[in-house]
Design a protein around this ligand. Structure first.
Ligand SMILES: *Cc1c(COP(=O)(O)O)cnc(C)c1O
Length: 423
Protein backbone atom coordinates (compact mmCIF):
# COMPACT_ATOMS: atom_id res chain seq x y z
CA UNK A 1 0.00 0.00 0.00
CA UNK A 2 1.26 3.49 -0.76
CA UNK A 3 1.82 6.02 2.02
CA UNK A 4 -0.87 8.18 0.44
CA UNK A 5 -3.39 5.33 0.79
CA UNK A 6 -2.34 4.36 4.33
CA UNK A 7 -2.51 8.03 5.31
CA UNK A 8 -6.24 8.22 4.63
CA UNK A 9 -7.06 5.63 7.26
CA UNK A 10 -6.15 7.73 10.30
CA UNK A 11 -5.09 11.24 9.37
CA UNK A 12 -7.46 14.21 9.40
CA UNK A 13 -5.97 17.06 7.34
CA UNK A 14 -6.24 20.83 7.86
CA UNK A 15 -8.74 22.87 5.82
CA UNK A 16 -9.87 19.68 4.06
CA UNK A 17 -13.27 18.29 3.13
CA UNK A 18 -12.11 14.70 2.93
CA UNK A 19 -15.10 13.52 0.96
CA UNK A 20 -14.46 15.75 -2.04
CA UNK A 21 -10.80 16.70 -1.95
CA UNK A 22 -7.99 15.03 -3.82
CA UNK A 23 -5.83 12.49 -1.95
CA UNK A 24 -2.98 14.18 -0.06
CA UNK A 25 0.36 13.57 -1.73
CA UNK A 26 2.98 11.76 0.35
CA UNK A 27 6.24 13.73 0.24
CA UNK A 28 9.32 11.67 0.91
CA UNK A 29 12.15 14.14 0.66
CA UNK A 30 13.05 17.80 0.13
CA UNK A 31 16.06 19.83 -0.90
CA UNK A 32 16.22 23.57 -1.54
CA UNK A 33 12.99 24.62 -3.24
CA UNK A 34 12.22 21.07 -4.37
CA UNK A 35 10.14 18.24 -2.92
CA UNK A 36 9.80 14.65 -4.12
CA UNK A 37 6.80 12.42 -3.53
CA UNK A 38 6.89 8.74 -2.71
CA UNK A 39 6.90 7.84 -6.44
CA UNK A 40 9.85 10.13 -7.09
CA UNK A 41 7.80 12.87 -8.81
CA UNK A 42 9.42 16.28 -8.36
CA UNK A 43 7.57 19.41 -7.21
CA UNK A 44 8.71 23.02 -6.93
CA UNK A 45 7.50 24.39 -3.60
CA UNK A 46 6.39 27.83 -4.81
CA UNK A 47 4.65 28.77 -1.55
CA UNK A 48 7.47 27.79 0.83
CA UNK A 49 5.20 25.19 2.47
CA UNK A 50 2.70 27.76 3.75
CA UNK A 51 5.23 30.56 3.98
CA UNK A 52 7.51 28.97 6.57
CA UNK A 53 10.56 27.97 4.56
CA UNK A 54 12.80 30.78 3.26
CA UNK A 55 16.10 28.89 3.16
CA UNK A 56 15.14 25.66 1.46
CA UNK A 57 14.09 22.22 2.61
CA UNK A 58 16.45 20.00 4.61
CA UNK A 59 18.81 22.93 5.16
CA UNK A 60 22.07 21.54 6.52
CA UNK A 61 23.13 24.66 8.40
CA UNK A 62 19.92 24.74 10.44
CA UNK A 63 19.91 20.94 10.80
CA UNK A 64 23.44 21.01 12.25
CA UNK A 65 22.46 23.71 14.75
CA UNK A 66 19.43 21.64 15.78
CA UNK A 67 21.52 18.48 16.16
CA UNK A 68 24.07 20.30 18.29
CA UNK A 69 21.33 21.70 20.52
CA UNK A 70 19.52 18.35 20.77
CA UNK A 71 22.69 16.70 22.01
CA UNK A 72 23.43 19.54 24.49
CA UNK A 73 20.05 20.49 25.95
CA UNK A 74 16.95 19.49 23.99
CA UNK A 75 14.40 21.06 26.30
CA UNK A 76 13.96 22.53 29.72
CA UNK A 77 10.91 24.17 31.21
CA UNK A 78 10.88 27.97 30.91
CA UNK A 79 8.94 28.48 34.14
CA UNK A 80 11.62 29.28 36.68
CA UNK A 81 14.45 28.39 34.28
CA UNK A 82 16.16 29.86 31.26
CA UNK A 83 18.94 28.88 28.84
CA UNK A 84 21.48 30.36 26.48
CA UNK A 85 19.59 29.86 23.18
CA UNK A 86 16.61 31.87 24.48
CA UNK A 87 18.81 34.59 25.97
CA UNK A 88 20.86 35.01 22.80
CA UNK A 89 17.88 34.72 20.43
CA UNK A 90 16.01 37.43 22.33
CA UNK A 91 19.07 39.70 22.24
CA UNK A 92 19.42 39.19 18.49
CA UNK A 93 15.75 39.69 17.74
CA UNK A 94 15.59 42.88 19.81
CA UNK A 95 18.34 44.24 17.55
CA UNK A 96 16.15 43.89 14.44
CA UNK A 97 12.64 44.44 15.81
CA UNK A 98 11.23 48.01 15.90
CA UNK A 99 13.28 49.65 18.63
CA UNK A 100 10.36 50.17 21.02
CA UNK A 101 10.02 46.37 21.35
CA UNK A 102 11.71 45.20 24.56
CA UNK A 103 10.05 42.06 25.94
CA UNK A 104 9.51 38.74 24.20
CA UNK A 105 7.00 36.06 25.11
CA UNK A 106 7.59 32.68 23.48
CA UNK A 107 4.94 30.26 22.27
CA UNK A 108 4.44 27.60 19.61
CA UNK A 109 2.60 28.91 16.55
CA UNK A 110 1.12 31.98 14.92
CA UNK A 111 -2.29 31.54 16.50
CA UNK A 112 -0.90 31.39 20.03
CA UNK A 113 1.25 34.45 19.40
CA UNK A 114 -1.92 36.33 18.46
CA UNK A 115 -3.84 34.86 21.38
CA UNK A 116 -1.17 36.21 23.74
CA UNK A 117 -1.25 39.69 22.19
CA UNK A 118 -5.03 39.82 22.55
CA UNK A 119 -4.95 38.61 26.16
CA UNK A 120 -2.21 41.09 27.07
CA UNK A 121 -4.20 43.97 25.49
CA UNK A 122 -7.24 43.09 27.53
CA UNK A 123 -5.42 42.42 30.79
CA UNK A 124 -3.38 45.63 30.47
CA UNK A 125 -6.58 47.61 30.90
CA UNK A 126 -8.10 45.14 33.38
CA UNK A 127 -5.04 45.52 35.64
CA UNK A 128 -5.84 49.24 35.84
CA UNK A 129 -9.54 48.76 36.44
CA UNK A 130 -10.44 49.99 32.96
CA UNK A 131 -13.01 48.13 30.88
CA UNK A 132 -11.75 47.90 27.32
CA UNK A 133 -12.46 44.54 25.79
CA UNK A 134 -13.24 44.98 22.10
CA UNK A 135 -10.65 44.28 19.43
CA UNK A 136 -10.51 46.09 16.09
CA UNK A 137 -9.50 44.10 13.01
CA UNK A 138 -9.61 44.35 9.24
CA UNK A 139 -12.24 42.70 7.11
CA UNK A 140 -10.87 39.51 5.53
CA UNK A 141 -8.06 39.38 8.07
CA UNK A 142 -6.46 36.09 9.03
CA UNK A 143 -4.86 35.75 12.44
CA UNK A 144 -5.14 32.03 13.14
CA UNK A 145 -7.60 29.36 14.20
CA UNK A 146 -7.63 29.29 18.03
CA UNK A 147 -10.58 31.12 19.59
CA UNK A 148 -9.15 34.60 20.08
CA UNK A 149 -7.23 34.54 16.82
CA UNK A 150 -10.25 33.10 15.02
CA UNK A 151 -12.45 35.88 16.38
CA UNK A 152 -10.03 38.43 14.96
CA UNK A 153 -10.05 36.65 11.61
CA UNK A 154 -12.58 37.83 9.09
CA UNK A 155 -12.76 34.99 6.59
CA UNK A 156 -16.31 34.08 7.53
CA UNK A 157 -16.69 30.46 6.47
CA UNK A 158 -13.74 29.56 8.66
CA UNK A 159 -15.54 30.86 11.75
CA UNK A 160 -19.29 30.62 11.05
CA UNK A 161 -20.00 27.74 13.46
CA UNK A 162 -18.44 29.56 16.40
CA UNK A 163 -19.63 33.10 15.91
CA UNK A 164 -21.77 33.17 19.05
CA UNK A 165 -18.86 32.11 21.25
CA UNK A 166 -16.22 34.62 20.24
CA UNK A 167 -14.75 37.72 21.86
CA UNK A 168 -16.13 40.94 20.44
CA UNK A 169 -14.27 42.05 17.33
CA UNK A 170 -15.27 45.09 15.30
CA UNK A 171 -14.11 45.40 11.70
CA UNK A 172 -12.88 48.17 9.49
CA UNK A 173 -12.38 48.09 5.70
CA UNK A 174 -8.93 47.20 4.39
CA UNK A 175 -7.32 50.43 3.11
CA UNK A 176 -6.52 49.16 -0.37
CA UNK A 177 -6.25 51.81 -3.08
CA UNK A 178 -9.52 53.73 -3.17
CA UNK A 179 -10.70 52.52 0.27
CA UNK A 180 -8.36 54.59 2.44
CA UNK A 181 -10.89 57.18 3.55
CA UNK A 182 -13.50 54.58 4.48
CA UNK A 183 -10.95 52.71 6.55
CA UNK A 184 -9.75 55.81 8.41
CA UNK A 185 -13.25 57.01 9.09
CA UNK A 186 -14.33 53.64 10.49
CA UNK A 187 -11.27 53.44 12.74
CA UNK A 188 -11.70 56.99 14.02
CA UNK A 189 -15.24 56.20 15.10
CA UNK A 190 -14.29 52.99 16.87
CA UNK A 191 -11.19 54.38 18.54
CA UNK A 192 -13.21 57.25 19.99
CA UNK A 193 -15.64 54.90 21.78
CA UNK A 194 -13.07 54.08 24.49
CA UNK A 195 -14.19 50.45 24.35
CA UNK A 196 -11.42 49.03 22.15
CA UNK A 197 -8.29 47.54 23.67
CA UNK A 198 -6.36 46.95 20.47
CA UNK A 199 -6.24 47.09 16.70
CA UNK A 200 -4.71 43.98 15.15
CA UNK A 201 -3.61 43.91 11.52
CA UNK A 202 -1.41 42.11 9.03
CA UNK A 203 0.94 44.95 8.05
CA UNK A 204 0.98 45.76 4.31
CA UNK A 205 -0.04 42.28 3.11
CA UNK A 206 -3.06 40.19 4.06
CA UNK A 207 -1.73 36.74 3.29
CA UNK A 208 -4.66 34.35 3.58
CA UNK A 209 -7.01 36.85 1.91
CA UNK A 210 -4.93 36.40 -1.25
CA UNK A 211 -1.90 38.63 -0.69
CA UNK A 212 -4.07 41.75 -0.56
CA UNK A 213 -1.74 44.76 -0.28
CA UNK A 214 -2.09 48.32 1.00
CA UNK A 215 0.29 51.24 1.45
CA UNK A 216 2.52 51.89 4.49
CA UNK A 217 1.49 55.58 4.58
CA UNK A 218 -2.09 54.66 5.27
CA UNK A 219 -1.16 52.12 7.94
CA UNK A 220 0.88 54.87 9.61
CA UNK A 221 -2.22 57.02 9.69
CA UNK A 222 -4.33 54.23 11.17
CA UNK A 223 -1.70 53.52 13.82
CA UNK A 224 -1.49 57.21 14.70
CA UNK A 225 -5.24 57.26 15.32
CA UNK A 226 -4.84 54.31 17.69
CA UNK A 227 -1.97 55.98 19.54
CA UNK A 228 -4.00 59.15 20.02
CA UNK A 229 -6.89 57.15 21.49
CA UNK A 230 -4.96 54.69 23.67
CA UNK A 231 -5.78 51.69 21.53
CA UNK A 232 -2.88 49.25 21.27
CA UNK A 233 -1.56 48.37 17.84
CA UNK A 234 -0.72 44.72 17.20
CA UNK A 235 1.29 43.99 14.06
CA UNK A 236 0.69 40.36 13.12
CA UNK A 237 3.87 39.68 11.16
CA UNK A 238 3.42 35.92 11.30
CA UNK A 239 3.38 35.82 7.49
CA UNK A 240 5.26 39.02 6.58
CA UNK A 241 8.22 38.56 8.94
CA UNK A 242 11.80 37.68 8.10
CA UNK A 243 12.36 39.17 4.67
CA UNK A 244 9.19 38.36 2.75
CA UNK A 245 8.38 41.99 2.07
CA UNK A 246 12.00 42.74 1.11
CA UNK A 247 12.85 44.03 4.58
CA UNK A 248 13.17 42.12 7.83
CA UNK A 249 9.63 43.08 8.83
CA UNK A 250 6.77 44.84 7.07
CA UNK A 251 6.87 47.32 9.99
CA UNK A 252 10.28 48.45 8.71
CA UNK A 253 8.36 50.37 6.01
CA UNK A 254 6.50 52.39 8.67
CA UNK A 255 7.11 55.61 10.58
CA UNK A 256 4.94 54.41 13.47
CA UNK A 257 5.94 51.54 15.71
CA UNK A 258 3.47 48.88 16.83
CA UNK A 259 2.94 48.23 20.55
CA UNK A 260 3.07 44.48 20.00
CA UNK A 261 4.29 42.18 17.27
CA UNK A 262 3.53 38.55 16.46
CA UNK A 263 6.13 36.47 14.60
CA UNK A 264 6.25 32.79 13.80
CA UNK A 265 6.33 31.45 10.22
CA UNK A 266 9.95 31.43 8.98
CA UNK A 267 11.26 32.17 12.49
CA UNK A 268 12.95 28.75 12.57
CA UNK A 269 13.41 28.45 8.81
CA UNK A 270 10.45 26.09 8.63
CA UNK A 271 11.93 23.48 10.94
CA UNK A 272 10.52 23.62 14.47
CA UNK A 273 7.18 25.18 15.47
CA UNK A 274 7.83 28.35 17.44
CA UNK A 275 6.37 31.83 17.82
CA UNK A 276 7.04 35.02 19.71
CA UNK A 277 4.89 37.94 20.78
CA UNK A 278 6.93 41.06 21.46
CA UNK A 279 5.96 44.02 23.64
CA UNK A 280 7.04 47.47 24.69
CA UNK A 281 8.54 48.01 28.14
CA UNK A 282 5.46 50.04 29.09
CA UNK A 283 3.18 47.05 28.50
CA UNK A 284 5.42 44.74 30.51
CA UNK A 285 5.55 47.24 33.36
CA UNK A 286 1.78 47.17 33.73
CA UNK A 287 2.04 43.49 34.71
CA UNK A 288 5.04 44.08 37.02
CA UNK A 289 3.64 44.38 40.52
CA UNK A 290 3.71 43.02 44.06
CA UNK A 291 0.23 41.68 43.34
CA UNK A 292 0.55 38.23 41.80
CA UNK A 293 -2.85 38.64 40.13
CA UNK A 294 -1.40 41.30 37.84
CA UNK A 295 0.99 38.78 36.25
CA UNK A 296 0.34 37.26 32.86
CA UNK A 297 -0.85 33.76 33.72
CA UNK A 298 -0.27 32.32 30.33
CA UNK A 299 2.20 29.70 29.14
CA UNK A 300 2.74 26.70 26.93
CA UNK A 301 4.64 23.54 27.79
CA UNK A 302 7.20 24.05 25.05
CA UNK A 303 7.61 27.79 25.60
CA UNK A 304 11.08 28.90 24.39
CA UNK A 305 12.11 25.31 23.59
CA UNK A 306 15.93 25.43 23.31
CA UNK A 307 16.00 23.41 20.08
CA UNK A 308 13.53 25.81 18.48
CA UNK A 309 15.62 28.76 19.68
CA UNK A 310 18.78 27.18 18.21
CA UNK A 311 16.97 26.69 14.89
CA UNK A 312 15.84 30.33 14.98
CA UNK A 313 19.37 31.55 15.70
CA UNK A 314 20.72 29.60 12.72
CA UNK A 315 17.86 30.95 10.56
CA UNK A 316 18.59 34.53 11.58
CA UNK A 317 22.21 34.06 10.64
CA UNK A 318 21.16 32.78 7.21
CA UNK A 319 18.68 35.63 6.73
CA UNK A 320 21.32 38.22 7.51
CA UNK A 321 23.93 36.66 5.22
CA UNK A 322 24.87 38.58 2.12
CA UNK A 323 23.93 35.62 -0.03
CA UNK A 324 20.36 35.51 1.30
CA UNK A 325 19.90 39.27 1.00
CA UNK A 326 21.01 38.93 -2.63
CA UNK A 327 18.49 36.13 -3.10
CA UNK A 328 15.70 38.36 -1.80
CA UNK A 329 16.60 41.02 -4.36
CA UNK A 330 16.99 38.49 -7.15
CA UNK A 331 13.57 36.88 -6.55
CA UNK A 332 11.98 40.34 -6.33
CA UNK A 333 13.57 41.42 -9.63
CA UNK A 334 12.33 38.24 -11.33
CA UNK A 335 8.82 38.86 -10.00
CA UNK A 336 8.80 42.39 -11.42
CA UNK A 337 9.67 41.15 -14.90
CA UNK A 338 6.96 38.49 -14.82
CA UNK A 339 4.45 40.93 -13.33
CA UNK A 340 5.00 43.36 -16.21
CA UNK A 341 4.22 40.57 -18.63
CA UNK A 342 1.13 39.42 -16.72
CA UNK A 343 -0.26 42.96 -16.57
CA UNK A 344 -0.69 42.76 -20.35
CA UNK A 345 -2.53 39.45 -20.28
CA UNK A 346 -6.19 39.67 -21.25
CA UNK A 347 -7.24 37.20 -18.54
CA UNK A 348 -5.45 39.05 -15.75
CA UNK A 349 -7.36 41.65 -13.73
CA UNK A 350 -4.68 42.99 -11.39
CA UNK A 351 -1.19 42.11 -10.22
CA UNK A 352 0.88 43.08 -7.20
CA UNK A 353 4.39 42.52 -5.90
CA UNK A 354 6.08 43.25 -2.58
CA UNK A 355 9.45 41.69 -1.81
CA UNK A 356 9.27 38.00 -2.74
CA UNK A 357 5.47 38.03 -2.78
CA UNK A 358 3.75 38.08 -6.19
CA UNK A 359 -0.02 37.91 -6.68
CA UNK A 360 -2.01 37.69 -9.89
CA UNK A 361 -5.76 38.19 -9.82
CA UNK A 362 -7.54 36.45 -12.68
CA UNK A 363 -10.64 37.94 -14.29
CA UNK A 364 -13.86 36.09 -13.50
CA UNK A 365 -17.53 36.73 -14.10
CA UNK A 366 -18.60 35.26 -10.81
CA UNK A 367 -17.48 35.97 -7.28
CA UNK A 368 -14.92 33.16 -6.87
CA UNK A 369 -15.17 31.53 -3.48
CA UNK A 370 -12.12 30.62 -1.45
CA UNK A 371 -12.19 26.98 -2.55
CA UNK A 372 -14.31 27.51 -5.70
CA UNK A 373 -14.21 25.59 -8.99
CA UNK A 374 -11.65 27.81 -10.76
CA UNK A 375 -9.39 27.52 -7.75
CA UNK A 376 -9.58 23.71 -7.84
CA UNK A 377 -8.98 23.57 -11.58
CA UNK A 378 -5.88 25.74 -11.20
CA UNK A 379 -4.61 23.84 -8.17
CA UNK A 380 -4.88 20.49 -9.97
CA UNK A 381 -3.18 21.89 -13.06
CA UNK A 382 -0.25 23.21 -11.00
CA UNK A 383 0.16 19.89 -9.16
CA UNK A 384 0.06 17.92 -12.42
CA UNK A 385 2.80 20.17 -13.72
CA UNK A 386 4.96 19.70 -10.65
CA UNK A 387 4.42 23.11 -9.03
CA UNK A 388 2.91 23.61 -5.59
CA UNK A 389 0.73 26.71 -5.64
CA UNK A 390 -2.49 27.16 -3.65
CA UNK A 391 -4.63 29.80 -5.33
CA UNK A 392 -7.04 31.72 -3.11
CA UNK A 393 -10.24 31.88 -5.16
CA UNK A 394 -9.16 33.58 -8.40
CA UNK A 395 -5.86 34.84 -6.97
CA UNK A 396 -2.68 32.94 -7.80
CA UNK A 397 0.23 33.94 -5.62
CA UNK A 398 3.89 32.93 -5.49
CA UNK A 399 5.87 33.13 -2.24
CA UNK A 400 8.94 31.00 -2.89
CA UNK A 401 11.79 29.97 -0.64
CA UNK A 402 14.37 32.73 -1.15
CA UNK A 403 16.84 30.12 -2.41
CA UNK A 404 14.66 29.20 -5.40
CA UNK A 405 16.84 29.35 -8.53
CA UNK A 406 16.02 31.53 -11.54
CA UNK A 407 15.40 28.39 -13.55
CA UNK A 408 12.90 27.07 -10.99
CA UNK A 409 11.20 30.47 -10.77
CA UNK A 410 10.88 30.58 -14.54
CA UNK A 411 9.26 27.18 -14.55
CA UNK A 412 6.73 28.41 -11.95
CA UNK A 413 5.96 31.48 -14.09
CA UNK A 414 5.66 29.34 -17.21
CA UNK A 415 3.20 26.95 -15.56
CA UNK A 416 1.12 29.94 -14.39
CA UNK A 417 1.03 31.26 -17.95
CA UNK A 418 -0.05 27.87 -19.23
CA UNK A 419 -2.72 27.66 -16.54
CA UNK A 420 -4.28 30.85 -17.90
CA UNK A 421 -4.88 28.95 -21.15
CA UNK A 422 -7.04 26.28 -19.52
CA UNK A 423 -9.50 28.57 -17.72
C1 LIG B 1 -0.56 31.62 9.45
C2 LIG B 1 -0.91 32.86 10.15
C3 LIG B 1 -1.33 32.84 11.49
C4 LIG B 1 -1.54 31.56 12.25
O1 LIG B 1 -0.38 30.85 12.40
P1 LIG B 1 -0.45 29.30 12.77
O2 LIG B 1 0.96 28.91 13.02
O3 LIG B 1 -1.05 28.61 11.57
O4 LIG B 1 -1.31 29.16 13.96
C5 LIG B 1 -1.58 34.05 12.11
N1 LIG B 1 -1.45 35.21 11.46
C6 LIG B 1 -1.05 35.27 10.18
C7 LIG B 1 -0.89 36.60 9.52
C8 LIG B 1 -0.78 34.10 9.47
O5 LIG B 1 -0.41 34.16 8.20
Amino acid sequence: MTLAARNLKHNWHPYTQHKTSRTPIAIARGEGALLWDEDGKEYIDAIASWWVNPFGHANRFIADAIYKQLTTLEHVLFGGFTHEPAVVLSEKLIEILPNNQQKLFYSDNGSTSVEIAIKVSMQYFFNQGIKKTKIIAFEDAFHGDTFGAMAASGISFFTEAFKDSLIEVVRIPVPTAGNEAKSIEALEKLAATNECAAFIFEPLVQGAAGMVMYAPEILDQLMAICKANEVFTIADEVMTGFGKTGRNFACDYLEQQPDMMCISKALTGGTIPMAITSFTQEIFDCFYDDDINKALFHGHTFTANPTGCAAALASLELLQSEEMQENLKRVHANHLVFEAKMKQHHKVKTTRVLGVILAIEIKTDSQESYYGSMRNLLYDFFIENGVILRPVGNIVYVLPPYVMTDQQLNKVYHVIENALEII
